[in-house]
Design a protein around this ligand. Structure first.
Ligand code: ZN
Length: 458
């Protein structure tokens, strides 16, 4: 087990390091791509792609923890080498009084911000705080403009971050036909569009990859698709539905694709001891998760396939470009669980997906890559702990790539309870045409305009 553990940890480090070196070489060889008058855009005036990569809950603290562990304090992750960076505020609104900020947002409100350009309250999926009106999303605008679109997540496709692009409900929990108790006005019989899963297959999204076979397996109870499961309705609407990596690999463009690779969220990349009260768990090295299903693709593999299909579809349909969102979802979920190895493994995997996007962009001028998070989270790097001076929270000591010990602290809730999001601003990084739009301090809603300008949609 110890050998397997060290192999797993080393694999993540080596890939990230080699990838960073290769990318640096590519970027040194290429001229800067931030200027809107760059010659690349004159040679390829019609290509307008956006790849938005969201590390859920991936604040500066989570990035630093993953960097220290995987490549060492002086190392660089792939996401660290994007040349244009800024900071982004993420606050949401209070549902009871939308004139007041909610300083600690959730993924539903933050996703709605970049997806629609408007702030809302926690729990809402692209609907307005208080008033419950639908907000048009960037994916819907892209589809209306004839662009090709994709949505990839390691969570359920009905989870908040993928949902904000392709659905409108007042409660993020209304994921499938059986989960509509809190969204009576979104029922089809009430004039709404149904659950998140039902809405997701009606928006013309070309590539949908993630988890949630359970939600798509629920039976629709109203409207023209009543009696079918959501997956059956998707197939009847023209989707090819695949459930494992082999079928994903075999998928071809020309038919929209729905990939459901897990019943719920997809499996974790790494495993290790949870953080515990003083003296905490560890010192530990993380292990590759032995229980991860071998039929599930990694987030970087899903990204490779999504880009291949979107590029082919773009050419076949003579579209100007595509919009793709990729979410590394379980950074957040393992932060909630005070699971440092789970959190780091998901961050390292997400970083590989960033590498895939940057490599694509390096070979396809006209592609804007944005790497950011939705909200900050609980984990913190703290000093070595003693009996006299230690955190009242949950701690774990990790042995990093430097060969040093790093203490990670989770102290935003009681032991056994879900650790909480936090409200600090986030890094937003970009590369490609329009990348300078993320510089300085922006608000999350401004990402919507940066992406919309690059896509050329009004
Ligand atoms: Zn969360």
């Amino acid at each position: 087990m110890r050998n397997a553990s060290r192999r797993g940890a080393v694999r993540g480090r080596r890939l990230a390091f080699v990838g960073a070196c290769a990318l640096l070489a590519v970027m040194v060889a290429l001229p800067a791509m931030g200027s809107p008058t760059h010659p690349h855009e004159q040679r390829h005036p019609r290509v307008r792609n956006v790849i938005l990569l969201i590390g859920d809950g991936m604040g500066d603290s989570e990035i630093t923890i993953a960097r220290n562990y995987a490549v060492g304090a002086a190392g660089r992750l792939l996401m660290d080498v994007l040349p244009f960076t800024g900071q982004m505020t993420t606050y949401s609104l209070q549902e009871s009084d939308p004139s007041l900020p909610d300083y600690v947002p959730d993924s539903a409100a933050t996703g709605t911000a970049w997806s629609t350009g408007a702030k809302t309250s926690n729990g809402r999926i692209s609907t307005t705080a208080g008033a419950d009106q639908d907000l048009t999303t960037i994916l819907e605008q892209a589809e209306a403009s004839g662009l090709v679109t994709g949505n990839v997540s390691t969570a359920r496709l009905t989870d908040a971050t993928p949902a904000v692009l392709m659905s409108h409900v007042n409660d993020r929990g209304c994921e499938g036909p059986d989960n509509m108790a809190n969204c009576p006005q979104d029922l089809i019989s009430a004039g709404g569009q149904g659950s998140i899963a039902e809405q997701s297959i009606t928006k013309g999204v070309d590539v949908l990859l993630g988890g949630a076979a359970d939600k798509y397996g629920q039976t629709i109870t109203e409207g023209p698709n009543a009696g079918k499961t959501v997956a059956q309705a998707a197939a009847d609407a023209g989707y090819a539905v695949v459930n494992d990596e082999a079928a994903l690999d075999a998928a071809t463009a020309g038919t929209p694709l729905l990939g459901l690779f897990a019943e719920g969220h997809m499996d974790l990349e790494w495993t290790g001891a949870l953080a515990t009260p003083y003296p905490g768990s560890g010192p530990q090295a993380c292990s590759v998760n032995p229980d991860r299903s071998p039929t599930q693709p990694d987030v970087d593999e899903m990204t490779v396939k999504a880009l291949e299909l979107l590029e082919q579809e773009r050419r076949m349909s003579h579209a100007k470009g595509f919009f793709l969102q990729v979410e590394g979802a379980s950074i957040d979920k393992q932060d909630h669980a005070a699971n440092p190895c789970g959190q780091i493994g998901e961050t390292v995997a997400f970083d590989r997906a960033v590498g895939v996007a940057l490599s694509y962009a390096a070979h396809h001028p006209g592609t804007l890559v944005i790497v950011t998070a939705d909200h900050a989270h609980t984990s913190q790097i703290i000093p070595p702990q003693t009996a006299e001076d230690h955190s009242p929270g949950l701690i774990s000591t990790l042995i990093t790539a430097d060969g040093a010990q790093m203490v990670v602290n989770y102290a935003t809730n009681l032991e056994g309870r879900s650790q909480e999001h936090t409200g600090t601003q986030l890094r937003v990084a970009a590369w490609g045409p329009g990348a300078t739009g993320v510089m300085g301090l922006i608000d999350q809603t401004e990402l919507f305009e940066v992406m919309r300008q690059q896509l050329g949609i009004s």
